[in-house]
Design a protein around this ligand. Sequence first.
Ligand SMILES: Nc1ncnc2c1ncn2[C@@H]1O[C@H](COP(=O)(O)OP(=O)(O)OP(=O)(O)O)[C@@H](O)[C@H]1O
Length: 261
Amino acid sequence: MSGAALCVNGVTWRPRKKAPLILHPTSFTVATGRVLGVVGPNGAGKSTLLRLLYRFQAPSSGTIEIDGANLWTMPARLAAQNVAAVLQEQAAAFGLSVREIVALGRSPHLTGLAKPGPNDRLIVDQMLDLLDLTHLAHRDFGTLSGGERQRVMVARALTQQPKVLVLDEPTNHLDIRHQLEVLALIKQLDLTIVVSLHDLNMAANICDEILMLEDGHPRGFGAPDDLLTEALVSNTFRVDARRERLAPSDAHHLSFHLPTI
Ligand SMILES: Nc1ncnc2c1ncn2[C@@H]1O[C@H](COP(=O)(O)OP(=O)(O)OP(=O)(O)O)[C@@H](O)[C@H]1O
């Protein structure tokens, strides 16, 4: 797998013509293999932006390019070879096993009515192993816990071998161990990644750049240490944010308190 440059130029989104904008003009570039974190309070527009990136809803204006190719004018199959997504809410896939769900990730790579070949099966096995799912391969997806389902969806997205991986709150439902594993995986993947996260310390830890959204407006873009200042975090989230350095790593750590009146 290898990443691609993602270039977002002035995208906006509104649910219908003449409705107020939910996402105001937003532009940024993610270089090949970098991890962009999208953060902001509830209702800031994080999922709305992500939906434009995995071709679920079209931008009302602006363009999204992957290595210079317009994501929204390329054929759907090509788009699916370029971008995979892991979403917060997964439709229950009744009757399908874990292995069958993960194997669905190969669909954009199969031509016509072609059946999966040995290479496709090998990729599925590798991703089941990577996400610690081999022992669950034959279980009905509908019987899994929330965290197990989340790992299946990450495995399916990786089986798609995309260039850009979009993850909406990927650590929801995961216990601490599996959170750390999914975050370590995100850090180590040779892909371009856009991930929305509520935990700002987690975002600072795994992201190369952060985009801060508030009320559908981009409020800042930059390296975590530069962007996540006490002032920006306090103003955007309406809290008192303190930033200190942790020993012995010397990494920044944010803590939050309700403002005293
Ligand atoms: N189809 C729609 N029609 C009208 N409003 C919408 C639609 N989709 C989203 N919104 C509104 O747009 C705003 C942004 O929603 P979005 O889900 O993108 O926020 P978010 O930053 O992902 O929030 P959260 O952290 O709570 O998941 C919210 O106020 C939401 O109610």
